[in-house]
Design a protein around this ligand. Sequence first.
Ligand code: ZN
Length: 437
Amino acid sequence: MENAHPSNSNLLLGQTMSFTDDPFHAGPESSVTHHRRGAVLLRDGMIADIGPADTLRAAYPGAPVTDYGAGLISAGLIDAHAHYPQTAMIASWGKRLIDWLNSYTFPEEMRFADPEVATETAARYLDLTRANGTTTIASFCTIHPTSVEALFAAAQMRGQRLVAGKTCMDRNAPVDLRDTAQSAYDDSKALLERWHGVGRLSYAITPRFSPTSSPAQLSALGSLWAEHPDCLMQTHLSEQTDEIAWVHELFPEARDYLDTYEMHGLLGPGGLYGHAIHLTPRERDRLREVDAGLIHCPTPNTFIGSGLFDMAGLMAEGQRIGLATDTGGGSSFSMLRTMAAAYEIGQLRGAALHPAQLLWLATVGSSRALRMDDRIGNLAPGMEADLVVLDLASTPAIAQRSARAGDIWEAIFPTIMMGDDRAVQAVWMNGTLAASG
Ligand SMILES: [Zn+2]
């Protein structure tokens, strides 16, 4: 049928790829629909139709056409764990987790008491991630409410979907970066009431991690989550063995690291647990039982020397897993580089991830972890129109390799392994062209 709102419609042509199933369980070949010459119709900020180009051109003759040629049209990439205040200190040398926090992170996060620093960094961070094809982010902020205001305001201006929250810390951090149990509750509640559910913005209750929150603060945030169960809760879990030993010292009564959250009301289905590398059998069982989200952050696995996430084992037992950069403990803003690192971590654990699995993790997998898979993460009618168009021949090195590809996966894999922001041909956000390379 001819569309009724031609000015709000756009027909994008290119190779299209959408997921019909989970490639970890259904197998890569039977979980994807790929059109070599496909089309996606965007209307009023949503994906209205998808199919072969000829069919859609005939069905919607009035829609303006943008032809991306052999470019691959995918759902926009979703970064399920990041720290936007660490934008300017990414790639800081030579430390492991606790020293890295004290030497680099905390001094940088102190700067966000200044609203100008927060506003400028938020805009720069969203520019950098958008240039890399990322359309949704779940980010930690700093303890300063202004750092949250700045990021939400910047995302709202761009029509961008965003999850964010005030990072809460009331111990084991510099005095200027500490709140209290009560102020963490009050500030988080005020921010939540102001921003959660406004347009495409969602609030996440955000204790940094157990070592920097007192039991009283964890309990206060657990109460807030119980009062607002539709919010996500994001934190860190079992990244480094030194960190885990410290958690045992700080919480002698806890059965394990996860229990420090569980005993304070901070374990639930909307919980996002970043890293989750060194898990005990009990932790794995509990995470699966409550259907919590595990967020794989592969670049800091190696960059901060933390260890190797057990993707194959965790997937096989049915965990809900998303993918993330963890900027700036992660070493890249790019979800392509992050997929490459996930592949490398998989190889070091003896399990080579298929390109379909890597792309699924960065789209559907992350949207499932964020409990937003009914809205984002896939090309399908009724989904929000967040898309990335990838040039699969963006550099001479990639082009000469993909020219030899025997199938679509061989054509995509060099871009996953060697691609960067030059591979991002265009980004559509909320049905509007947001960037073109
Ligand atoms: Zn993190």
